[in-house]
Design a protein around this ligand. Sequence first.
Ligand code: GDP
Length: 609
Amino acid sequence: ARESALAARTRDHLRSPIICILGHVDTGKTKILDRIRRTNVQDAEAGGITQQIGATYFPIEAVKKEATKIEEGKKLLYNVPSLLIIDTPGHESFTNLRSRGSSLCDIAILVVDIMHGLEPQTRESIDLLKMRKTPFIVALNKIDRMYDWKAQPHNCPTRASLEKQPSHVREEFFRRVKETKLQLAEIGFNTELYWENKDVRKTVSLVPTSAITGEGMPDLLMLLMALPQRLLTERLMFTDVLEATVLEVKVIEGLGTTIDIVLTGGTIHEGDTIMVVGLDGPIVTTIRALLTPHPMKEMRVKGQYLHHKQIKAAQGIKISADGLEKAVAGTQLMVVEDANDEEEMEYVREEVMKDFQTILTSVDRSGLGVYVQASTLGSLEALLEYLRSEKIPVAGINIGPVHKRDVTKASTMLERRKEYATILAFDVPVEKEARELAESEGVQIFTADIIYHLFDQFTAYMERVKKQRREAVNDEVVFPVIAKILPQHVYNKKDPIVVGVDVLEGILRVGTPLVVRHGSEWLDIGRVASIEANKKQVVIAKKGESVAVKIQHKSTEHIMYGRHFDFNNQLVSKMSRSAIDLLKESFKEDLETEDWRLVVKLKTMFNIM
Ligand code: GDP
């Protein structure tokens, strides 16, 4: 009784935690949501793939009823008003639940198919979660698919269900859990089955579930309640400061263009003047209606909306207002207290556009780089962070479909650096004319709805271009080298010269023009035609190696060992400005720091500016 009094008292001060579900396609994200809310949104959708987003409000009583089926659940305080769960197809809503680079999602459920373990999008989800420092639990879903599984009815808690399984099923279960744990450990996450997890701050909890039989659902809900209590109480303290983010911009019959927002702090009212980011600058408008779906239904389930005079965080809300056509999803929404106060307007305008500004700073100032386009600001930001971590420069960004003018912009890169004449289009359509123009101009457009697929395509393309370019300049490139002739290994004095050498510094490479110092001049002695090391032909020899080198001179002047030069002369590669540029452009990885030092030294020796 004392506990519930405490729960009641704190309940007024805590907002609902916002929960996202992420994971690879077909792991059962939609089904898990459905199972909890017992509607059947998934079946109404084409191909069973979730294509829209929505938020569902789970009243705390419903959570409590399930969670208290488990011992651990009986000890919890049910002191938040509800759980607000957001459906997340393609990471969209997770990436859009953002405010200046940090996530507004409080807890994430990462769904993994226990039969498949980690899959590509699982890893991508983890990258996103890591990037945003969001605590998460892993639902190991589809346990009922294990051979011989004896499904237990009525949303049975996992451990109770496991006890009823024959020993070979339990063995398979623990083997699969172990495999997944190993895979997660490989990418840096300690995980434990939740009932063995002693420190939720350091170790991620695994919860086995079946969205079909309902097994593990009480466990999942219990963990969603337990995690905020251990990790997030401060974050969940209700504040008066309005905090909201635009999840989706949608045209609704009878309402026009609306925005779906998640209110994570403060209270919003009908009639409030709001500001959101628009493609062409900030949009100022007045809230005509604050709408929510009926309880236990998702926003996208057809039906009448409930109208509200005001709504307190946290909640998913649809806002109807004029002028929202160009609103950008993934940006923050702010309320203007007094639209006539120019000073305040200016301040809010700056605040709202800050997100956009931050993202603009990812664009390379030199104007050299690829073009990036995404459906929402959230996904654009995630993509840019990825590119930044991979050191791929970005010259321009845009939100929305790829149009002809985007291709034209990217084509300016053709002259400067061919491989950057590329558009990475994430989760957006490419217009037919844009595609055609790109083909005729030679602009590459890569499209994907998984970030790193996009990235993989681009990297593979870069490799191809690089290889081509290296091949094209193979005869012009000069690697830095200084070598010493071994007088007892002079095999041929001229046409061609064949001598044994020690590579003192740098890299001796076939094709390198060699010179020796002749007073204050440099004398060309020819190019490296071949190199032999231990009776084998090689293309390069590095510092410290002793090799035989054949040097051929293209002119008819016969350079002769013993007459024009001898072992007192060091063999030096003939550096030039253009050769250095080539090295930098296409052979960067071939040279080590030491070798670059030698380049600098040669630069001085040859008086290269
Ligand atoms: P999502 O793409 O992650 O949203 O996956 P869905 O919820 O659409 O599920 C993909 C498929 O797996 C559907 O055919 C579901 O019926 C099925 N499925 C989801 N969860 C389970 C589960 O726990 N057990 C079994 N046997 N099938 C499941």
